[in-house]
Design a protein around this ligand. Structure first.
Ligand SMILES: [Zn+2]
Length: 201
């Protein structure tokens, strides 16, 4: 269960089943769709666990039975997986505001990241970033997405050195208040204020 716990704390989309262990009561508060049994917090439903580092609550979002399918023009939210110099993969877990599981794998080409010039994908997106994007083509595998608009791009990101949450310093510039490191990203205009889109940020 250690790997699941790590994934939960990093808010990676993983599926849990009723009875699965999410954590222990010394570390977390049980939230909606969880229960506590002899000090262990377990999932009450089939769904996706969410951890809040504000109040250390773990909840489970029940899996919806009518999951949407991504189509051209849809606004999606996903987490960056691998990045190469020209291409990044992003695992989509929200489509038009509805959470989906399993995630859809999408790909973005460097020319579709920003209206400005970006020489290396690592200057725009890093593994683990949460990104808002638009579907260009939902029929290909993987799906193709873009983030050219100002309200598209990274909405949540962590410091590559210490893991703390990065705050916005300026356009496409983020800063870690713990270790003072600055990092580049292609940020959405509402970076750091996108909590309305995603329940657990
Ligand atoms: Zn840092």
């Amino acid at each position: 269960m250690i790997s699941i716990k790590k994934q939960i704390i990093q808010n990676e989309p993983v599926l849990v089943f009723p009875g699965d262990e999410l954590g222990v009561i010394e570390e977390f508060q049980p939230g909606p769709y969880t229960y506590e049994e002899e000090g262990i917090i377990r999932s009450a439903v089939l769904g996706i666990p969410r951890f809040s580092n504000k109040d250390y609550t773990i909840e489970v979002l029940p899996r919806t039975s009518t999951a949407p399918v991504p189509r051209k023009g849809d606004i999606v939210i996903g987490q960056v997986g691998h990045t190469g110099s020209q291409i990044a993969t992003i695992n989509i877990f929200y489509i038009n505001g509805i959470e989906v599981f399993p995630t859809y794998t999408s790909i973005i080409h460097i020319s579709q990241v920003s209206k400005g010039y970006i020489s290396n994908m690592e200057d725009a997106y890093k593994s683990g970033d949460i990104v808002r994007a638009r579907v260009v083509n939902g029929k290909t595998i993987p799906i193709q997405i873009e983030t050219l608009d100002s309200n598209q791009g990274v909405i949540f990101s962590r410091c590559s050195r210490c893991g703390d949450v990065l705050v916005k310093l300026g356009k496409d510039k983020l800063k870690c208040n713990s270790c003072q490191r600055t990092e580049k990203r292609k940020t959405a205009i509402d970076y750091g204020r996108a909590g309305k889109d995603i329940k657990y940020f």
